[in-house]
Design a protein around this ligand. Structure first.
Ligand SMILES: Cc1cc2nc3c(=O)[nH]c(=O)nc-3n(C[C@H](O)[C@H](O)[C@H](O)COP(=O)(O)O)c2cc1C
Length: 202
């Protein structure tokens, strides 16, 4: 038997799709950049967009941007279809990312209240102990938001707030969002070439 090298193992891992959900918080440019990076890496992405997620995306990245984002997904599920593959713990995924994640979706996940396919899929990821990354965007945060984030984190989710950074000197919003999305992809174990890295100050 020939043992797979590390590179082959990564390729194998990459065959499992990433489940991306977009909910109705501000920040759909992050999901656009994220899916673009994954597409360029050859990583299959399956997508669920909540109805408010679609509404807010169309405000922020316009109809054309939203349609381009949808086209980058391998499969798109309706958030109302609770019989779709992500509703079952038996389907295979590399990870699930909710980008951006509203406080409403955060609350549903934290309390196991599966009202749509996004909540149900997240519930499955938690019960199956699979990587679930929630990217909230809200400010200021009330105590309910904070408690729900802690509950979700205690149940196994990673809270990865949509907080852009400035130390890499982004020249525009595009660069700011790309850097955030690239860091998120690397957090998930993917290698993103061309990402500006900090090399320290002598
Ligand atoms: C333009 C717009 C921007 C919004 N921004 C946020 C936000 O940044 N964070 C948030 O938690 N909710 C935000 N909301 C509210 C959510 O969209 C709303 O709570 C919705 O019910 C969430 O549903 P969903 O989680 O199924 O997408 C926004 C709504 C609109 C219309």
């Amino acid at each position: 038997m020939v043992k797979a090298g590390a590179e082959d193992m990564i390729k194998d891992e990459n065959r499992d799709p990433i489940l991306l959900a977009i909910t109705g918080a501000s920040g759909s440019i992050y999901s656009f950049k994220f899916i673009e990076i994954l597409r360029d890496l050859g990583q299959e992405v399956h997508l669920i967009v909540s109805s408010t997620g679609e509404q807010v995306s169309k405000i922020e990245i316009k109809e054309d941007g939203f349609q381009a984002l949808i086209r980058m997904a391998h499969t798109v599920y309706s958030p109302d279809n609770l019989a779709a593959a992500p509703a079952s713990g038996s389907s295979r995924w590399k990870a699930m990312v909710i980008l951006p994640c509203t406080m409403g979706t955060m609350a549903s996940i934290a309390h196991g209240f599966s009202q749509n396919l996004i909540h149900r899929a997240a519930d499955c990821f938690l019960k199956e102990r699979r990587p679930l990354i929630l990217v909230p965007r809200e400010t200021p945060l009330n105590r309910i938001h904070l408690q729900n984030m802690l509950l979700a984190e205690k149940a196994g989710a990673v809270i990865y707030p949509a907080m852009p950074s400035f130390y890499h000197q982004p020249g525009n919003i595009d660069e700011m969002a790309s850097f955030f999305a690239g860091r998120l992809a690397e957090f998930m174990g993917l290698r993103v070439d061309g990402l500006k890295r900090w090399h320290g100050i002598d």
